[in-house]
Design a protein around this ligand. Structure first.
Ligand SMILES: [Zn+2]
Length: 320
């Protein structure tokens, strides 16, 4: 099915920083600040932007937190445990080894269907070492005439024993202030619960609950995200919102372990616009209404799926 194209959701989000933002480039400048935001050049002009990978990481960890709150151990800890490296440090989460570090006990080779079936909600959506994920996010560039300003901030090193400042330990950082940025999110071959999860993230962006970049504890990073365009596309015409389960064959449902969740009643879509073979449904004005009906799908999926499957690769190797 990953070789098929059945449906996708495209969302354009406008991000307005409410606090100064610092997404570190990782490169210190020769004689300037120690921490600078990521930038590129358009012609001769320096343009500061938010990398899509950073935004994706922020959305992923927010969704993981929501999932763990709704259903403990429903999502994995993606960086634990690399074979031979750090085991999961919290006993209650010992079973949450990253989906990317798991294998099936019964099979020699994992297929993409098995990876998808075994993966937790976060890995199914955002990907892991074994599987690419269904959501992609573009870099967020400033809108024409809405470039951010830069400001330099200073920090001091704090002595861990005395609580005072450490003489000579000073660092400078360059932060972005203001501006308006735009990014595009695409969720391909979505299940209904994934559309619900995306909706929950968009609502929390709107409500200023998601912070981006570094220095969140020092008052940096709050943004407001506003959905300015939201479209669903299907290859076959439909009058109501459908997810992958409805569009897949019985065999694919089984192989990929697709969630059979359905809303209590049909979620009707507006008349489509035809683009070649594709039918495109503009739900910019109605997506929050649809979300009200879709929202229970996310929690139901977490319970139904039961968390990461498969055996930690390190344990499987040790058995051999
Ligand atoms: Zn996972």
């Amino acid at each position: 099915m990953l070789r098929k194209w059945l449906c996708h959701a495209d969302v354009t989000v406008r991000l307005t920083p409410l606090d100064p933002i610092l997404i570190k480039s990782g490169y210190a400048t020769v004689d300037g600040p120690d921490m600078v935001p990521v930038s590129t050049f358009r012609g001769t002009e320096r343009v500061y932007y938010f990398p899509g990978t950073s935004l994706k990481g922020v959305l992923r960890s927010h969704l993981e937190r929501v999932a763990r709150t709704l259903q403990p151990r429903s999502v994995c800890l993606p960086y634990y445990e690399r074979p031979g490296k750090t085991p999961v440090p919290v006993p209650s989460e010992a079973g949450s080894v990253g989906c990317g570090h798991r294998v099936r006990r019964s099979r020699k080779e994992d297929t993409s269907a098995e990876c998808y079936a075994d993966s937790c909600a976060a890995c199914r959506t955002f990907g892991s070492l074994r599987f690419g994920g269904r959501l992609s996010i573009s870099d967020a560039y400033p809108l024409e005439g809405h470039a951010p300003q830069t400001e330099q901030r200073n920090g001091v090193g704090i002595d861990r024993f005395t609580g005072g400042t450490v003489p000579g330990v000073l660092f400078d950082l360059l932060v972005l202030v203001g501006g308006v940025f735009e990014t595009r999110l695409r969720l391909v071959n979505f299940e209904t619960w994934q559309l619900a999860a995306l909706g929950l993230l968009l609502i929390d962006l709107r409500d200023e609950l998601i912070q981006v970049g570094s220095g969140r504890s020092r008052g940096l990073g709050r943004v407001r995200g506003e959905v300015i365009d939201y479209r669903l596309s299907y290859l076959t015409p439909t009058e109501q919102l459908r997810g992958l389960h409805d569009l897949a064959t019985a065999e694919e449902r089984e192989q990929y372990r697709l969630s059979p969740w359905t809303a209590s009643g049909p979620i009707l879509l507006p008349a489509p616009r035809t683009s070649g073979l594709r039918r495109e449904y503009d739900i910019t004005a109605t997506w929050t209404d649809h979300l009200t009906e879709l929202a229970p799908a996310f929690e139901d999926f977490l319970k139904w799926h039961g968390g990461p499957k498969g055996t930690p690769a390190a344990a499987a190797r040790a058995e051999r």
